[in-house]
Ligand binder design. Sequence first.
Ligand SMILES: C[S@@+](CC[C@H](N)C(=O)[O-])C[C@H]1O[C@@H](n2cnc3c(N)ncnc32)[C@H](O)[C@@H]1O
Length: 359
Amino acid sequence: MSTSSHSYPMSSGEDQHSYIHNSSYQKAGINGVEERIKQAILEKLDLQLNSSISNFTIADFGCSIGPNTFHAVQSIIDTVKFQHLKQNNETNIVPLEFQVFFNDQSNNDFNKLFKTRPLSSECQYFLAGVPGSFYGRVLPRNSIHIGHTSYTNHWLSKVPEHVCNRESPAWNKNYIQCNNLIEEVTKAYKVQFIKDMEVFLEARAEELVHGGLMIVIGQCLPDGVPLYETWQGHVVETIGDCLMDMAKTGITSEEKIELFSFPVYFPQFSELKRTIEENGSFMIEMIETISHPFENMRLTNEFITSMFRAFLTTMIEQHFGNGVVDELFNRLAQKLSKHPIDFEMWKTQVVYYVVLKRK
Ligand SMILES: C[S@@+](CC[C@H](N)C(=O)[O-])C[C@H]1O[C@@H](n2cnc3c(N)ncnc32)[C@H](O)[C@@H]1O
């Protein structure tokens, strides 16, 4: 059912480089908006709409290997249970049963995900893995009461074609990301992002029941801030510099680097809002941003290097082959220790959270 899409799962396994041990930045973003999301569920989820339901279904799209997905799902379940009790002010109320679908690309390490799930005493729901790209249908029509996704929608279904085409004005020759320095490149990425977001929302609209909620959490740029002015953009530029250094020693080639660009796009907030508003299947119940909770912390070089390594490794290995990742991230660590990030100087991304109601 799902359409094909490039697939770069987070680093699997349980070693120090795994996403399991390097996802606390994303977790902090999710935690930062948790109370607002709970409030939105309490206010906007109308269980009376579906008064005949005894099984409540939740799906997390782009769940990776944990632990964030389990935390997000549990928070939704606790809130729905609370609301269910409140709306059915009876003592003999039949408890809801919960079914949770964990979706990610088929090469995500689902075994690891399920091995690290919370103990069965804490994890009181039925769970199933759903492999496939969320840029297409992955679940039956009208089957989900609450959909959730966090830190996923900046991953595009593919690198926009022109960006790796030597003949195109949108060729991103000197950079490995859309850093907003070249207008044609930004435009190509933006077009792809809008297309992907439309497909994502259309698929979710089919899967959600009427009145169901879709929660979308992620990171974007504040209005007027290009990625090259943020510390996150700066780290990726530094990774590009490390690759160029490696090309000089023959570990990779400049040609390979020139044809490499991340399939990742961070929209500015109003751009994201417009894209969501244009979708006709959902009502926007909430769309806001907060500062990332770690913003005022001095993140260490080690933390930053490990965080970027955990989500970029698969992509780098697919393009440059095995054996470059250790060298690349050792070089990144060295560069960052020689030139520490001055957080006062750089701007930063913000956390956005969106709650949509299926019309
Ligand atoms: C940064 S991780 C976020 C994981 C988790 N949601 C969290 O908040 O920690 C992004 C996840 O999105 C998944 N992803 C990216 N594109 C996808 C697609 N087209 N379909 C399904 N999953 C996708 C990746 O495989 C990865 O596991």
